[in-house]
Ligand binder design. Structure first.
Ligand SMILES: O=C(O)CCC(=O)C(=O)O
Length: 216
């Protein structure tokens, strides 16, 4: 399989393939992932105060992952996720061994400015990000800067690849967008190496059925 046509952005640090999945397939994947993923609401303490990540998240793959100071224990690949990984690998021209699946239940869910630069991802990580469901804004800014240098509307079926030194030079964010009412699922495939962090989050998180109990 060879890579499909993509848009090259920020000095080729981002490669965006619009419609990597056609609308009907993207909608089918959204419905399946929404239904079959054992969504986890992550609770933790910050300066003694109980907090919860403003999104649901599940990790898959061969390695536990250290993210936002929390360590997540992965589930084994499902046949569907292994198939999506192979497609993302072909486009990103690399191999992945870890996946974070995130559910933004609506526009109140978000992820704040950060770079995917924890030691486990290596020096210049290639990270492939698939979007399904509601369109959400994806912002990128230089590290140390306050204004976004890139604003993208990520749509269902899009594949965004972050590469080169992006995680050293820039941060990214999916802001709150209260006007968005529908859910969005994002899959980020990564390659983790080095010593595995020790899982510690299990006691601090709980499984939430969604949308049944709708508990944020
Ligand atoms: O949901 C997205 O598009 C971005 C997710 C993200 O920032 C991350 O996984 O590091």
């Amino acid at each position: 399989m060879s890579a499909r046509e993509f848009e090259s952005l920020l000095g080729d640090r981002i490669r965006l393939t619009r419609g990597f999945f056609a609308p009907a397939r993207a909608a089918e994947l959204m419905a399946t992932l929404l239904r079959e993923t054992p969504w986890l609401a992550v609770r933790y303490e910050n300066e003694g105060r109980p907090r919860e990540l403003p999104r649901l998240t599940v990790n898959y793959g061969e390695r536990s992952y250290d993210y936002s100071g929390l360590v997540f224990t992965p589930l084994p690949w499902t046949p569907l996720l292994a198939e999506l990984r192979a497609q993302a690998e072909a486009q990103a021209e690399t191999r992945f061994n870890a996946l974070i699946v995130q559910l933004y239940r609506d526009g109140e869910d978000a992820v704040n400015w950060h770079a995917d630069d924890s030691p486990g991802v290596g020096q210049d990580p290639i990270i492939a990000s698939l979007s399904f469901g509601a369109t959400r804004t994806f912002l990128v800014r230089p590290k140390g800067g306050s204004e976004p240098s890139l604003t993208l509307e990520l749509q269902a079926g899009d594949l965004l690849v972050m590469r080169g030194d992006l995680q050293h030079t820039h941060q990214h964010k999916v802001p709150r967008e209260p006007e968005v009412t529908g859910p969005r699922i994002n899959l980020t495939f990564r390659t983790l190496s080095g010593p595995a962090p020790q899982p510690a989050v299990a006691h601090a998180s709980r499984v939430v059925r969604w949308p049944d109990d709708g508990d944020k």
